[in-house]
Design a protein around this ligand. Structure first.
Ligand code: ZN
Length: 440
């Protein structure tokens, strides 16, 4: 039988996860992670996982450089201590210590004097946003470079510059974090976020922090599904995880990639490649009922790690929950994606939206009516106008559509009633043994 105490457990947890507290807690974690220079490998990524471990006991995995993962190899590990450009007077004009975005992520070590012409071949700016520092990476092409505002770039003159990058690019490991919450079944929900960006808040500290607090929340429940959380470097991390854990992939029944969840934009849900899976339906239902504008977009093979989870060899039911999608806001991948761009109230809203999706998914049962030949007599069971919370039409809809073919969400959609009202009616009918779960 299903857990009839679910509402009690939920209401207890809701008092622990109050909106103001969760807003501040998520924002606080982002503030703590913000200064760290992360990359797809290296100590910044490890330090990030160590901080998340103060919230949840995730496991850290280390995969050696050179490990074959499908068509890829785990790259060399990159670490960075310091970097700057000095002018001919010895003044630091670009300094990694001021912003880790100043350095092209994965830059090779270098220390030499260069002409303005040579320097310019290694500089990146954003002419359309001349005050902002862009974010650049060069993971798979060994080079070096700096990023700076276009205004500063225009001030450079013809003199000799000293460039210094104290980095290492050597055999080492790719690190990732994994946290598994066992549920009542081995069927899994995958929650994945990339955790490889340096000081950038919306993309991607918002996803890292919300995944952490969703994990903390779920660890205090006894969910139907098991949950697997991944904090991985983008692209190579999901490829690595899928390659090394192929035997576990069949357990993944639903999944969400979390990213860009702290800005003021409306919610966007990107459907799984299959497009009509249960997570797609649940996410659409939650956004439709959020009383805010939202967008549902079809799958396309670009974006975040859903690209790998939804590659044809896996084709998992994994969608992506965002507010403003990547590339759609001018702050994206620039120094303006900072601690002001993400705000506690938007982070909290995203946390609750994500939690609603997971709760409905978790409670989206399919039942059989145990008295399918005509309606059962509800009055003698105290189910007819004796319970003010119990909606009579909801009771009739649940009884009628519990034929082993319809989920509670299907019933909510078809009846036009809210999932909570339908769920409560189902719980009452279940308690009176008028329903039996399809999976029991
Ligand atoms: Zn990004």
């Amino acid at each position: 039988m299903e857990n009839n105490n679910k509402f009690v457990i939920d209401s207890e947890i809701k008092t622990i996860f109050r909106t103001d507290d969760i807003a501040q807690d998520i924002y606080q974690l982002i503030t703590e992670l913000y200064p760290i220079c992360r990359s797809i490998t290296g100590n910044g990524f490890r330090e990030t996982l160590k901080i998340i471990q103060q919230y949840i006991p995730l496991c850290v995995y280390e995969v050696p450089t050179g490990t074959e993962v499908f068509d890829w190899r785990v790259p060399k590990e990159w670490n960075i201590k310091d970097a700057y450009i000095k002018n001919s007077q010895g003044q630091k004009i670009v300094d990694f210590a001021n912003s880790n975005l100043h350095l092209v992520n994965y830059s090779l070590p270098i220390h030499k004097k260069v002409s303005l012409t040579e320097l310019k071949a290694h500089l990146f700016t954003l002419p359309e946003y001349p005050d902002l520092i862009p974010y650049h990476t060069s993971y798979y092409k060994e080079t070096w470079g700096f990023c700076l505002s276009h205004n500063q770039y225009l001030e450079l003159n013809d003199q000799e510059y000293e460039v210094y990058i104290d980095s290492t690019l050597e055999s080492g490991h790719l690190s990732y974090g994994e946290y598994y919450i066992p549920g009542k079944t081995t069927d899994e929900v995958l929650i994945s976020c990339h955790a490889c960006h340096p000081s950038l808040c919306n993309d991607n500290l918002s996803g890292i922090a919300i995944a952490t607090f969703i994990a903390k929340y779920l660890s205090q429940t006894t969910p139907k599904y098991s949950y697997r959380f991944l904090w991985i470097p983008g692209t190579i991390g999901s490829i690595t995880w899928l390659a090394l854990n192929e035997a576990k992939v069949n357990n993944i029944k639903h999944g969400l990639v979390l990213t860009c969840l702290g800005d003021s934009g409306n919610f966007t849900y990107k459907k799984s490649r299959r497009g009509d899976t249960e997570i797609d339906k649940v996410a659409a239902y939650v956004l439709r009922n959020s009383k805010q504008d939202y967008k549902i977009i079809d799958f396309f093979p670009y974006g975040y790690d859903e690209r790998q989870y939804c590659s044809p060899g896996f084709n998992l039911a994994v969608g992506c929950l965002m507010r403003s999608p990547h590339g759609s806001f001018p702050e994206y991948h620039t120094s303006a994606d900072d601690l002001n761009f993400v705000q506690p109230q938007y982070l909290a809203e995203s946390f609750f939206q994500c939690r609603s999706i997971l709760e409905i998914l978790n409670n989206n049962h399919i039942y059989y009516n145990q008295n399918p030949k005509c309606e059962p007599q509800l009055g003698r069971r105290g189910l007819y106008q004796q319970d003010s919370r119990l909606n009579q039409m909801a009771t009739l809809w649940v009884l009628n559509l519990s034929d082993g073919q319809h989920t509670l969400l299907d019933i909510a959609e078809r009846s036009g009633m809210s999932f909570d009202v339908i769920k409560y009616a189902a719980d009452r009918l279940l308690a009176h043994e008028l329903l039996i779960s399809k999976n029991n």
